[in-house]
Write a protein that binds this ligand. Structure first.
Ligand SMILES: Nc1ncnc2c1ncn2[C@@H]1O[C@H](COP(=O)(O)OP(=O)(O)OP(=O)(O)O)[C@@H](O)[C@H]1O
Length: 632
């Protein structure tokens, strides 16, 4: 799905300094069109002045705080912006799209005021968005059974270096974060801290902390000027069971408060030593952003096919180079392509997906109405105008197989409806079309069968992939059997597939991030912590220890301390991972002989014992399906 970047313009009121300097309001607006007047131009053609006195720009939204009729209620205006643009960002994120909102404009025109709130904790775009997100989660129907996970990070780009705004590090280590590019997920900041948040107050505290840590300084135009670009990133994951399969959609939302553009006139900075270098970096990255926007806008106007873009990007991901189709308004023979300079600045590199990529993106351009800033304001409006024509290609971030199954199921439903319709036709009509209909019906049945078969194959593939991710073996796969002698932990899925999990002597960790170690088992579900819990296996004694804050149950009792497991115990790690602990006959005997028989005597079905008796060590068998568990 292609979608243009949506652009708004916000005009702040004249401030005291501007009024004292005799500034005139040179902005007027009608609907979503802003008009900018150049007071130095007469614009009277009859007297030989052919320059344009008034320039008009139309955007998707316009908030004119400088007009006589504007609503001066700050809260109302912030809420209006959120209603127009924030709901779009939230909707996109909930549907599984990546989204981005960024504020661009001359220094002192209201970017931070709009995005982050000023002073701290005031109503702003970011706070309204998070409030709405948590309201949505609270109101989400229980029967939908969706588990939400929200992770937040906050960084600044200062003098082309990235700094974690949520970490309090010693000064030396402050600006050491590196930007890397993942082949599938795109650019990211290595070692950036991420916080899982459970309610609005937690998120507000983090935003306040980040804003306090942000680099600001006094400039000739603005006492509290942000000297860096700030990016709040929210990773939202929604996990649930759909058609008896685990599914998860993940979206990333970037909320960006750019540093303000400013004139690179050194004389401006004579009283603000140290700001010159910062200003140069700010301008450099904004110029790169402008170049990226220009190329993307040009590309959209030339109506590039996405296929050629995607293939050339994947083939040469590091150079981001787009081929012109042959002889399509190619500017010169020398440049038969459009180079997108994402990597010319850290800012554009990190926002690569938001600009011309997989994201629904919105921009708010902030301007001052003061006559002395005519040039800066014109440049901002032109910048915003160009951004409007960028076309992004957002797509829902979900597992391809789950998506395919859903689409195939939808096809089946459609075929069923068609059949039903045909059956309802009058007998007379059916007679007249009987031959063709029976042919159609059998064709339709064949299609249906083929689709069902494909679904089954896909379903098995999805399950197998999940199991592989969990470090388990699928029965039937080469070299594995259901009860191999070394295996200790068996996991059983609803559709009858049973697999083995090795639980070796010593400590085995269970958690979210796959640490690629034999002693680490990956669990499913967005509520699982990186190191969720561990199991110690020593001389036949098995202890389960949860990490602080990890959801672990033994026989439906939540545990916070190590628990000695006994045969038949029902274990739950997070929401989606459930097992029955089963010990082999040999171990049961060993423990019985050492006087621990009372712990082991119960809950073991004869079937379980006969299966496990062929094993050498300890076994965990899952008896409940995901679904049964999830409904708990
Ligand atoms: N719409 C508005 N209504 C009233 N006051 C505003 C508005 N927008 C901004 N201001 C005021 O203008 C000043 C500058 O705003 P802000 O710090 O948001 O600018 P900025 O664009 O982020 O600047 P910089 O790029 O230098 O960081 C602040 O004092 C803020 O309160």
């Amino acid at each position: 799905m292609a979608s243009n970047i949506r652009v708004a313009v916000r005009v702040r009121p004249l401030n005291k300094k501007e009024r004292e300097a005799g500034a005139r309001n040179i902005i007027s607006s009608t609907g979503n069109t802003v008009s900018l007047t150049n007071v130095n131009v007469e614009g009277q053609a009859e007297y030989g002045d052919h320059r344009e006195r008034v320039k008009h720009f139309t955007f998707d939204y316009c908030y004119d705080g400088a007009s006589e009729h504007s609503d001066t209620d700050m809260v109302a205006c912030q809420e209006l912006i959120y209603q127009d643009m924030g709901t779009e960002v939230l909707q996109a994120a909930l549907e599984g799209y990546n989204a981005c909102m960024f504020a661009y404009g001359q220094t002192g025109t209201g970017k931070t005021y709009t995005m982050m709130g000023y002073p701290k904790s005031t109503i702003c775009f970011v706070s309204l968005l998070f409030q709405a997100l948590f309201s949505h989660i609270e109101e989400s129907p229980v029967e939908d059974n969706v588990t939400f996970r929200i992770e937040i990070s906050f960084l600044e780009i200062y003098n082309e270096r990235v700094r974690d705004l949520l970490q309090t590090r010693r000064r030396k280590e402050r600006y050491t974060l590196k930007v890397r590019e993942h082949p599938k997920h795109g650019p990211y900041v290595k070692d950036l801290s991420k916080y899982v948040v459970k309610d609005f107050s937690e998120i507000q505290a983090l935003i306040d902390r980040g804003n306090e840590n942000r680099t600001t300084a006094s400039t000739h135009m603005h006492k509290h000027s942000s000297r860096s670009h700030a990016i709040v990133t929210v990773n939202l994951s929604q996990a649930k069971f759909e058609d008896n399969l685990p599914s998860e959609i993940i979206s990333k939302v970037n909320l960006v408060d750019l540093a303000g553009s400013e004139r690179a006139d050194p004389s401006y900075h004579s009283e603000y030593k140290g700001r010159i270098k910062e200003g140069a970096y700010i301008n450099k990255s904004l110029v790169t952003l402008g170049n990226v926007i220009s190329v993307l806008a040009q590309r959209s106007l030339l109506n590039f096919s996405t296929e050629s873009i995607t293939s050339s990007q994947s083939a040469r991901s590091s150079v981001d180079f787009l081929e012109f189709p042959h002889r399509v308004n190619s500017p010169t023979r020398r440049t038969r392509g459009l180079y997108i300079p994402y990597r010319d600045s850290v800012l554009t590199w990190l926002l690569k997906d938001s600009l011309g990529g997989n994201s629904k993106t919105l921009m708010i351009a902030t301007i001052s109405p003061a006559s002395q800033y005519y040039g800066d304001t014109l440049s901002t409006l032109r910048y915003a105008q160009r951004a409007k024509s960028i076309v992004n290609k957002p797509k829902i971030n979900e597992d391809d197989n789950v998506r395919l199954i859903r689409e195939l199921r939808a096809q089946i439903e459609m075929l069923k409806r068609e059949l039903e319709k045909a059956r309802k036709l009058s007998p007379h009509y059916i007679r007249t079309i009987s031959t063709s209909f029976s042919q159609e019906e059998s064709e339709s049945n064949r299609r249906k069968e083929a689709i069902l078969e494909e679904i089954e194959i896909k379903k098995e593939q999805v399950v197998a992939e999940w199991l592989k991710k969990l470090g388990m073996q699928v029965p039937g796969s080469p070299g594995s059997s259901l009860y191999a002698t070394t295996s200790n932990l068996v996991f059983c899925l609803e559709n009858g597939l049973k697999v083995q999990h090795e639980l070796k002597e010593g400590r085995t960790f269970f958690g979210r991030d796959d640490q690629q170690s034999d002693h680490f088992k990956e669990l499913m579900g967005s509520d699982v912590l990186p190191n969720h819990c561990h199991i110690d296996s020593e001389d036949g004694e098995i202890r389960l220890s949860p990490e602080v804050g990890a959801l672990c149950y033994v026989n439906s009792q939540i545990i916070t301390e190590p628990v000695l497991l006994k045969h038949g115990d029902k274990i739950q790690m997070g929401k989606l991972n459930t097992f029955t602990f089963q010990q082999t006959q040999e171990i049961i005997e060993k423990l019985t002989n050492s006087g621990l028989e009372s712990r082991l005597s119960v809950q073991c079905s004869s079937e379980d014992v006969s299966r496990s008796s062929s094993m050498n060590d300890l076994t965990m068998v899952s008896s409940s399906s995901f679904k049964t568990y999830d409904q708990k």
